[in-house]
Design a protein around this ligand. Structure first.
Ligand code: IPE
Ligand code: IPE
Ligand code: MG
Length: 262
């Protein structure tokens, strides 16, 4: 799993983050401040997604991860939840063709079992259709929670060990109580991606809200008051510029980094 500990190693080039992860927050407040219903903000938010996907692709970002619906968002009023689901379906229907034409791979991660079967099938189709694309990977986190992710990874790891035990392979000989970060991390929902270099949260709140808990260990954090529907290429560039000012030390000292660079 060379991928999983990317944020612990010094990146070769700090210019463009390889992986950008975004909590798209502030849709409701964007709408309310315009005396519009909250749902209007979600609709406008989909347009911002389109703009940011495009801007990331142009800038050479390899992985873009978007938090669309958290495991806690079911607590919202039923009509808002069902509208979000509908919007998700409409956006999939409309955007997947375009993404495919631009060689973008789409992944949807989270506990999808709670979604209706039609939406699950659409997600499955979209993922299959775009699976071979290489320009950029866009991951939508839907009914996702960082704690859910770690828990399901532990369950999968234990199941893999049991299967290895049943098959009598060499892995079965491991001490059942000993496992490494790498062994667990291979079972995280986004094991296919390096850890985020840059985390962005729009909408003014400065919290993680149960997003990628494991993977954000060493990401650079960027918070902006801009509401998600107003976020676009220009705002993305501000976040990247801020990222470029950071010194990623991963526990080392500045002097060590200078030494390594020379
Ligand atoms: C983010 O915007 C979108 C989702 C959580 C689905 P919000 O809907 O949380 O907007 P605010 O935070 O209420 O303004
Ligand atoms: C986080 O936003 C989840 C998404 C953007 C999908 P919320 O608006 O739900 O976060 P909290 O509950 O205010 O922390
Ligand atoms: Mg919010």
């Amino acid at each position: 799993m060379a991928h999983t500990s990317s944020t612990q190693a010094l990146p070769a080039s700090p210019t463009v983050p390889r992986h950008v992860a975004i909590i798209m927050d502030g849709n409701g407040r964007w709408a309310t401040s315009r005396f519009l219903p909250r749902v209007a903000g979600h609709g406008k938010g989909v347009e911002a997604v389109r703009a940011v996907v495009e801007a990331c692709a142009v800038r050479g970002v390899e992985y873009l991860t978007l938090f669309a619906f958290s495991s806690e968002n079911w607590r919202r009023p039923a009509d808002e939840v069902s509208l979000l689901m509908r919007l998700f379906m409409v956006a999939l229907e409309r955007e997947v063709g375009k993404m495919h034409a631009n060689s973008i791979r789409l992944k949807v991660v989270g506990d999808l079992s709670r979604f209706d079967t039609k939406l699950q099938a659409m997600i499955d189709n979209a993922e299959r259709k775009t699976a071979g694309n290489t320009a950029m990977t866009v991951t939508v986190c839907a009914n996702y929670g960082g704690r859910w992710d770690v828990m399901q990874a532990v369950q999968k790891m234990l199941a893999a060990r049991r299967a290895a035990g049943a098959a009598g392979t060499a892995a079965a000989e491991q001490d059942p109580d000993v496992f490494s970060e790498d062994e667990l991390a291979q079972h995280l929902a986004m094991a296919y991606a390096p850890e985020p270099d840059l985390f962005i949260r729009t909408g003014g709140e400065q919290r993680i809200s149960n997003f990628l808990l494991w993977q954000l260990a060493y990401s650079e954090l960027y918070f902006t008051d801009t509401y998600w529907p107003d976020f676009g290429a220009e705002e993305l560039d501000k976040a990247i510029a801020s990222y470029q000012q950071r010194e990623r030390r991963f526990g080392r000292t500045s002097a060590q980094l200078l030494e390594q660079a020379s």
